[in-house]
Design a protein around this ligand. Sequence first.
Ligand SMILES: NC(=O)c1ccc[n+]([C@@H]2O[C@H](COP(=O)([O-])OP(=O)(O)OC[C@H]3O[C@@H](n4cnc5c(N)ncnc54)[C@H](O)[C@@H]3O)[C@@H](O)[C@H]2O)c1
Length: 335
Amino acid sequence: MKKNILRSKIKQIFIKHQLSKKHSEICADYLIKAELVEARSHGLLRLKMYCDRIKKKLINPKPKIRIKRISSSISHINADNSIGFVSADIAINQAIKNAKKTGIGLVAVNKSGHYGLSSFYAEQAVNKNLMVFCFTNAPPALAPHGAKKSLFGTNPICFGVPTGKIPFILDTSTSIINRGKIRRAYKLGEKIPYGVALNKSGKITTNAKEALLGTQLPIASFKGSGLAWMVDILSGVLTGSSHGGKTKDPFDDFTGPQNVGHLFITINPKIFVGRNFMREIKRNIKLVKKLPKAKGFSSILYPGERKYKTYKKNLNKDISIPLKILKEMDYLNAI
Ligand SMILES: NC(=O)c1ccc[n+]([C@@H]2O[C@H](COP(=O)([O-])OP(=O)(O)OC[C@H]3O[C@@H](n4cnc5c(N)ncnc54)[C@H](O)[C@@H]3O)[C@@H](O)[C@H]2O)c1
């Protein structure tokens, strides 16, 4: 489907679900961006889920988002159960403003929802020549190291920095793969990779449904579990959101709003070394890239490089949408 047609269809769907025109456009743009970078786990797959939660009054389509100023650098946002895209968009723009004024911005968000890919927000800060960290917590998917039961989310860690060329954006789940990839495999009847999840009896499974009912495995064993815990503290405990396994699963827990938390930290990278920063970051990347290549590698990529190229490659192409998701869109548009 052509990008502009898809954009107006998604916008129309959100408007029919009572979102304002402006908020509908923000959501449509983020969902399309996920398709363009081929992160389909975070694109149209989730459209029905967001609409279902709005219909059940678990996402507030007309939120009164309040920004509390704590200092020139620090802001605390109550998202009033807004759709995550909107509150995170407001928060990253506030964090950018704060860092432009003082050199550092720290913005915490509570009462929010699933916000898609952290890189959406990191890119905005990097495009304004800032260094950035983004954190969000997510519903239970990982068992803490030593536990039998899932409690941590796939809690992503995202770090971005301007390079003068393609932004460096490391945006990784603390699970081996993100949960959306498993959701999508389940929806489309596909298998998941071997070694990323266990079934309810603790055995490795490639069956998506069994994986959703079991637990996902963290990156690097207890280290990944520790990082997922850190993200739960930063985006849950610190912001005043749900934490400790209380974040609700947007797909199958309709007992209340998700109450997800996000934390954004923006830093002017020139604060310590001035203009030398850009010279040194370029040098740093050059030093890594010119290393002799391991067998099977023709180049060394930095985080974000491949996604950026994928985005550019797809920018003017039609977006292919599985039939099952097209039917969902027709259904949502007919409401
Ligand atoms: N909102 C939420 O609740 C939530 C939860 C979990 C994950 N997510 C999102 O899911 C995405 C992460 O999913 P994932 O962990 O399956 O991602 P992934 O494994 O595809 O990528 C992780 C990181 O590795 C980098 N990378 C990939 N291949 C590389 C290569 N060959 N060389 C160098 N770097 C490379 C990527 O640029 C990326 O920064 C993120 O965008 C994250 O924000 C969102």
